[in-house]
Design a protein around this ligand. Structure first.
Ligand SMILES: NC(=O)c1ccc[n+]([C@@H]2O[C@H](COP(=O)([O-])OP(=O)(O)OC[C@H]3O[C@@H](n4cnc5c(N)ncnc54)[C@H](OP(=O)(O)O)[C@@H]3O)[C@@H](O)[C@H]2O)c1
Ligand SMILES: [Zn+2]
Length: 399
């Protein structure tokens, strides 16, 4: 098949995976197609949510009887282990499909190349690494959870031209087009996270209101060591999605009880220097199946995550206005003795105007996620690499 057609088909499978109406967490988003030797789509599908058929099974079931000349195109390596459903590789081998095109390796230690290896051993021709970066980005949270044992964190802030996060007489810094973009970004994450000072200053809902409704609302997470969030705050009373309040051991039981009564869930976290301990928070977020988090400020929370080296991606929106504030004003990225990345350009840079505002975004070159993203093609291109990894896993797993 023409390589350009294969790439096109993979991009189609990615779009299918993006359609997933429910959050599949803790599973990844996966899309698949079954195509004829000339590239006609015979069946297409995606994995809906944990416990439902994986994308490969959806397409094999809907295609019915096969001749064996078909190609299966799938965004993520087929699984080879028993989870809530049986291994997909068994179904693929049984179906008689002889060609499989895979977007990227599944970093789950239970798979990590073994799915590819088993298919090849069964005589299936597997091509790996088609539209690989897009397939990895599709599941940034799932990938980071497996390669760094933490969620994927992206940081979004809006600022005036002089770098302030607040301006006199303005309720919002950016205009409506930028708001729509931010709501789309929210929709692509499992949760949105802010500090208590932002809740007290702005009383935000942090829900998605201006973007496609066929994806779940992200959860809202507030860092609030003393449980100061008012039960009447809009983030608590807007019940579109879960509101999780991370509190410390000294948070008064009476405040916690009234927050829970108002519908919020409380995450009991350790504190470090009087603030929520981010290492402990990461585990609480993973426990809740929250794998990709958009940090929406304010500056103190931003600073904590940056200083801890936890941020994978930054998206800044600059308004062509001046704040009219100088002394004591909060700046957009407050870094004191920042990590080494401060002098490096963001990677995969986006530089766009959005209405009257300017969007500058990209990955932090040093971040765990970006390092995986750029390393993956080299590893996938090596025909020996994955089987070796898989053998190693098997060796360590055997008694
Ligand atoms: N332009 C924008 O994009 C944007 C976005 C958001 C906010 N803002 C503005 O930013 C201002 C608020 O920002 P801010 O910097 O004052 O506060 P913030 O970052 O919203 O909240 C900081 C508070 O969060 C709590 N916290 C708990 N654990 C923490 C941790 N590990 N690291 C940091 N904070 C932790 C602390 O209060 P406890 O000690 O009580 O736990 C801390 O004082 C508001 O004016 C808001 O309008 C602007
Ligand atoms: Zn599977």
């Amino acid at each position: 098949m023409d390589p350009r057609l294969i790439n096109q088909l993979m991009r189609h499978a990615i779009r299918l995976a993006q359609k997933t109406p429910l959050s599949p967490s803790p599973n990844p988003r996966v899309g698949a197609l079954l195509v004829s030797p000339v590239g006609e789509i015979i069946a297409s599908g995606y994995h809906r949510t944990a416990g439902c058929d994986h994308a490969e099974i959806v397409v094999l079931k809907s295609a019915g009887k096969l001749s064996g000349d078909e190609t299966l195109v799938v965004t993520l390596e087929p699984c080879c282990h028993h989870g809530k459903t049986p291994p997909c590789i068994d179904a693929i081998i049984r179906s008689g499909v002889r060609k499989v095109v895979v977007g990227c390796i599944d970093p789950n230690p239970a798979v990590q190349g073994r799915g590819i290896l088993e298919l090849r051993r069964a005589g299936v021709n597997v091509t790996l690494g088609i539209e690989e970066a897009r397939c990895i980005e599709l599941n940034a949270g799932f990938i980071t959870r497996h390669v760094a044992n933490r969620p994927f964190f992206s940081l979004k802030e809006a600022a005036t031209l002089d770098g302030r996060v607040f301006a006199h007489g303005l309720r919002k810094i950016t205009d409506v087009h930028a708001d729509r973009l931010v709501h789309r970004w929210r929709r692509e994450h499992d949760a949105v996270l802010v500090g208590i000072a932002t809740v007290l200053a702005d009383n935000p809902q942090l829900t998605v209101r201006f973007a496609s409704r066929n994806r779940p609302q992200p959860a809202r997470v507030i860092l609030d060591s003393a449980a100061r969030t008012p039960p009447s705050a809009r983030v608590v009373t807007a019940h579109e999605s879960r509101c999780l309040i991370a509190v410390g051991p000294r948070a008064p039981a009476r405040r916690i009880a009234s927050l829970e009564k108002a519908g919020a869930s409380v995450l009991h976290c350790r504190v470090r220097r009087g603030r929520i301990d981010l290492d402990d928070l990461l585990n609480r977020l993973l426990d809740q199946n929250l794998y990709s988090i958009m940090i929406e400020g304010g500056p103190r929370v931003t600073q904590s995550f940056l200083a801890a080296g936890l941020v994978d991606r930054i998206d800044l929106l600059f308004s062509p206005r001046l704040s009219g504030i100088c002394r004591g004003a909060k700046t957009i990225l407050p870094l004191d003795h920042g990590p080494s990345f401060v002098t490096a350009l963001l990677a995969e840079l986006s530089l766009k105007t959005v209405g009257v505002d300017i969007w500058i975004g990209g990955y932090i070159p040093d971040s765990k996620f970006y390092r995986y993203l750029i390393d993956a093609p080299r590893q996938s291109a090596s025909p020996q690499y994955r089987p070796q990894v898989a053998d190693k896993i098997r060796e360590t797993a055997s008694p």
